[in-house]
Design a binder for this molecule. Structure first.
Ligand code: GLV
Ligand code: MN
Ligand code: MN
Length: 423
């Protein structure tokens, strides 16, 4: 809903929104797996997505470049703007496996539409506005998320370059193969003498709250903290028909019993999500007792103490069940980040912009992780969530409506104009 005085006032936002949706469709065709959307860090599909988006950045006067972390960036410097100061609008261009077309890509395309709107409206901007399509937010390829935004924020830990994907390729080699120089990653952060003014991110809600509330948009008060772990059980494989049931040391039984505990703990603790999203079984053959099982664990909560207590509890349960089943267990912590609040003045600006459009916003706590959670550690950061019809995400059925996307473009543009006028 973009409620303006006349239809003519709403039309430019809707035209921009239509372009955003068309561009998301074109990006969806850039996939590593024919027939479904999968676009991971530094993959051939990401190269194609960059090739598709670069002309759009050029047309918007935002000279495109790919930085050393594989982020696609384009900076628009309005006449008279101070190019040492930058307001960034972004999201990520990578996806999960068999993804929808809007998680990430929509926010990048909305950032571009906002730059186009600011130019159409001849807004006087005292700083540069940069659009970033981050290279990795989902962490699918290397098991650890936010590689792109950590580089842009200047919080990229060098040890990450040594992480390996399922084929044994390191992050450093993946970047080189993609045409990037990993040694130059520190240069992804603002150069000395340059500063970030703010980071703004539009994103689909990825849940049902806005649809249930009948609202198109929401700001985010905080992003929940997140832990990701990997569990490996090792037991004794054998013949399914000859090894007696009693005395088996079956790692799949230990892992399965634990997976049920993950759900129990997730249900018992208010506000907690606890998920086993990945499982592999070796040798994964119907007539063989498993030898080795791996499972992932993802735990999230807005209160870091609750998250860490629940994570520890689940590790202890896994260890106890492994002992009971006579199998060995190894637990690796892959990623932890604390919950983080978004910037209150920006939330006030975005809320006022939504109200001005007749699209009253709500404030939600985001259970999903976002690049905004990384950027918030180095610059004032805010998010605008867009209603997800059906509430689905990380799924091909992700959806948005044209009017909601138009409202998001209008709200972000208006909030930036208010900030520029006061700067
Ligand atoms: C990313 O979408 C996440 O929340 O894991
Ligand atoms: Mn996602
Ligand atoms: Mn996302």
């Amino acid at each position: 809903m973009v409620k303006r005085d006349t239809d003519a006032d709403a039309r430019p936002w809707q035209q921009l929104a239509q372009t955003v949706l068309d561009r998301c469709d074109l990006l969806a065709a850039c996939t590593d797996e024919p027939g479904r959307i999968t676009r991971v860090f530094c993959s051939p599909a990401m190269t194609r997505a960059h090739a598709a988006a670069q002309p759009w950045l050029e047309q918007a006067g935002a000279a495109p470049r790919v930085d050393a972390a594989g982020n696609l960036r384009g900076s628009y410097v309005a006449p008279g703007a101070d190019a040492t100061k930058t307001l960034v609008i972004g999201s990520h261009l990578d996806s999960v496996i068999d993804a929808g077309r809007y998680d990430g890509a929509l926010g990048v395309m909305i950032g571009l539409a906002v730059v186009e709107a600011l130019q159409q409206r001849k807004t006087a901007l005292p700083w540069a506005v940069e659009v970033i399509g981050f290279s990795d937010e989902e962490g699918v390829r290397f098991g650890t998320p936010f590689l792109g935004s950590h580089a842009a924020a200047g919080t990229f830990e060098e040890s990450l370059l040594l992480r390996r994907d399922a084929r044994g390729i390191t992050v450093a080699d993946a970047l080189r193969e993609f045409g990037c120089d990993p040694a130059a990653i520190p240069q992804c952060a603002p150069a000395p003498g340059c500063e970030l003014v703010a980071y703004l991110e539009a994103h689909i809600e990825q849940g049902p709250a806005l649809e249930l509330a009948g609202r198109p948009l929401a700001t985010v008060d905080a992003i929940a903290g997140q832990s990701r772990l990997a569990f490996t059980w090792r037991g004794e494989g054998g013949h399914a028909g000859t090894v007696p049931m009693r005395g088996r040391r079956d790692p799949l039984i230990a892992a399965s019993r634990w997976a049920l505990e993950v759900r129990r703990v997730g249900l018992e603790i208010a506000g907690l999500t606890a998920t086993v999203g990945r499982a592999t079984v070796d040798p994964n053959v119907p007539n063989c007792i498993a030898r080795r099982v791996e499972m992932s664990l993802d735990v999230r909560h807005a209160d870091d103490m609750v998250r860490s207590a629940a994570t520890n509890q689940l590790v202890e349960i896994a260890e106890a069940m492994a002992r009971e089943e006579g199998v060995a267990i190894a637990v690796e912590h892959h990623h932890d980040h604390a919950a983080i609040a978004m910037d209150a003045p920006w939330n006030a600006r975005l809320t006022a912009a939504c109200e001005g459009l007749g699209a009253p916003g709500a404030a939600l706590t985001s259970g999903a992780g976002h690049d905004a959670g990384v950027m918030a550690r180095v610059t004032p950061t805010a998010m605008l969530l867009i209603r997800s019809p059906g509430g689905v995400s990380h799924h091909p059925d992700e959806a948005v409506t044209l009017t909601d996307v138009a409202a998001a473009i209008a709200a972000l543009t208006t909030a930036i104009e208010d900030f520029a006028a006061a700067s």
